[in-house]
Design a protein around this ligand. Structure first.
Ligand code: FAD
Length: 232
């Protein structure tokens, strides 16, 4: 790992082969007398498929996008960041354990950019991480199990996590976490997740956006200016 590189490392490691066709088949099945397998085999018109998907998703018929499951491998993010991610209840997680994986020497950590850009505070932050690391090691060497020694580790501690979710949940997470009201690190991480998927499924771009882009207005207390608040 590059020293104090604050960028999350995000890779899409699993997604279905025929995403668009699968969603289209699910949507068409609701309105067709034909067998789903025939719909699936006959579907090759991307424009037609996208139109139907936009119509059903636009009208809140979200079950059709729940058939799509994607998995991301994520590292170089802070525990503070993943603590926010795991609040999402329709996602599955497997995270590096601080019980089973003992920190050896200085643990990896993330420096928030607001601290990083101030040389004096950055040095204080680094020194403090060093002190914590020494205390942690002292406890472990005194026979304290890692599951208890970790109590001194900070929110800034780097972690790794594998997460899976269906497309409905990913869109929901993107809508919430790409908003400028979301904390910067989770925003960067979710943006990287969305970018990874959009690279291979570009048709998803209009869905993986902050909620204001879908709503057409800002529903937060205060607008960042990207979209205006609704005048009531
Ligand atoms: C900008 C921002 C600031 C935040 N600040 C705080 C904070 O200060 N303190 C704090 O504790 N949290 C905070 N959160 C976390 C937030 O409260 C949610 O826990 C988190 O965003 C998960 O969102 P969710 O519940 O919509 O989504 P998910 O858990 O991903 O669920 C998706 C959707 O499923 C439905 N759903 C899921 N579970 C239930 C259920 N049990 N009953 C009914 N419907 C359900 C809901 O429609 C929900 O929107 C913040 C989040 C954001 C984006």
């Amino acid at each position: 790992m590059e020293e104090h590189n604050n960028k999350p490392v995000v890779h899409l490691i699993s997604k279905p082969e025929n995403m668009l066709k699968t969603i289209y088949t699910a949507a068409r099945t609701c309105y067709s007398a034909d067998m789903p397998i025939n719909i699936y085999n006959a579907s090759d018109d991307e424009e037609k498929m996208l139109k139907l998907i936009e119509r059903v998703v636009g009208s809140g018929h979200y079950s059709v996008i729940e058939h799509i499951q994607v998995t991301f491998a994520i590292s170089n993010v802070s525990r503070a960041c993943t603590h926010q991610l795991v609040r999402h209840r329709h996602m599955s997680f497997s995270q590096k354990s601080q019980r089973y994986v003992k920190e050896k020497g200085q643990f990896d950590y993330l420096i928030p950019p607001t601290i990083e850009k101030n040389e004096e505070l950055k040095q204080k932050f680094i020194d403090f991480m060093g002190e914590i690391s020494q205390k942690y090691t002292e406890f472990v060497e005194a026979g304290i199990p890692a599951e208890d020694a970790r109590a001194v580790l900070p929110n800034a501690c780097a972690t790794s996590i594998v997460t899976s979710m269906n497309l409905r949940e990913l869109i929901h997470v993107a809508n919430l976490r790409l908003c400028t009201r979301a904390q910067y690190e989770i925003r960067m991480m979710v943006k990287a997740m969305c970018d990874e998927l959009i690279k291979v499924e570009p048709w998803l771009k209009p869905y993986l956006v902050p909620k204001c882009e879908r709503l057409g207005y800002c529903d937060e207390d205060k607008s960042c200016g990207r979209k205006q608040k609704l005048e009531l």
